[in-house]
Design a protein around this ligand. Structure first.
Ligand SMILES: [Mn+2]
Length: 315
């Protein structure tokens, strides 16, 4: 089905409902925040008579000064919930969306879609922010300056500044429209490339000094003791350090194993060009073709997983 047809259906639902709650996946990244806050600000600006909320957990990636709304469960009654940047129930903070009258998903991940009454899913898109901003532009909505910044940050975040697969002429076209709405690109990049604490540099040194290679796969194991030694955030280690292993001659994929406080091992998988998402899916994880994740119970499973990735790359 063409975008336009789905966009029109989504827009009709937005017009129909008085209460709209916008949610996204937990532990938000720039794209989750960007698509959520961008849509929130755009709908608020264009529909002054509607009650519009954005809900979710917070972390250091919020590129705005806006806080999430804290709302009671009754607000979900008779509401429209719009889920951006995920469609996977496991990725949501809670299951309150089930209290809503209607659920829309706008996403760019490759998963099975079960939670939506109406969904637009484009796994070939760079980001949810690209899809959501295309939607608001196609529907002729006014996009306020701050919303254009949020969408731009979302696109730059997930595409790694227009570098990753998924960056297309559409991505640049949307970015150009956001620029015309006032997106302050230099400031947006400044917001994203925050200065780091000395300990965060040191743990990067640990990753670069301690990775191992088996055949064409590099991997790094970061035990709890190291995270505590450098007093760093486990999400920073898991997601913020994995790309240090990119760009190595002879390495086609790389994996980060990070021991979280809960005892669970967070696994981040990255591949240069061959899809490895099925490895994550087989272990009840998911994500994108070249960048995905999953959880393991202990470091005992590391070697088997490395060999599983090696096999996957041969397919
Ligand atoms: Mn995303």
């Amino acid at each position: 089905v063409e975008n336009k047809e789905l966009f029109n259906k989504i827009f009709n639902k937005i017009k129909e409902y008085k209460k709209i709650i916008i949610i996204r996946h937990k532990s938000p990244d720039y794209d989750a925040y960007g698509s959520q806050i961008g849509l929130y600000l755009t709908l608020k600006d264009n529909f002054k008579d509607k009650e519009i909320y954005m809900v979710g957990d917070e972390n250091q990636f919020n590129p705005s000064n806006l806080k999430m709304d804290i709302i009671s469960d009754d607000i979900y009654k008779d509401s429209l919930v719009i889920v951006v940047d995920t469609a996977h129930e496991n990725m949501l903070l809670d299951l309150k969306y089930k209290l809503a009258s209607f659920v829309i998903v706008m996403d760019h991940h490759k998963v099975d879609y079960t939670i939506a009454d109406l969904a637009i899913v484009r796994s070939n898109y760079s980001s949810a922010s690209e899809l959501v901003s295309e939607f608001v532009f196609e529907m002729g909505l006014n996009v306020p300056k701050l919303a254009s910044d949020m969408f731009f940050i979302g696109i730059s975040g997930d595409s790694n500044r227009f570098l990753y697969k998924g960056t297309t002429d559409n991505t640049f076209n949307i970015a150009s429209k956001l620029y015309r709405c006032g997106a302050d690109i230099i400031n947006d990049y400044k917001l994203m490339m925050k200065e780091e604490r000395p300990n965060e540099k040191l743990i990067k040194g640990y990753v670069l000094s301690n990775f191992k290679i088996i055949e064409n796969v590099a991997y790094i194991i970061v035990p709890r003791s190291i995270i505590e030694l450098y007093d760093t955030d486990e999400n920073y280690v898991a997601r913020g350090c994995i790309n240090l292993l990119s760009g190595m001659i002879g390495v086609d994929a790389f994996i980060g194993f990070t021991e979280f406080k809960s005892g669970i091992i967070n696994v981040e998988l990255r591949s240069k060009s061959k899809s490895i998402v099925n490895v994550a899916v087989r272990h009840k994880g998911g994500g994108h073709e070249l960048a995905c994740g999953m959880l393991l119970k202990s470091f005992d499973e590391v070697t088997n997983l490395v060999y599983e990735v090696i096999e996957e790359l041969k397919k």
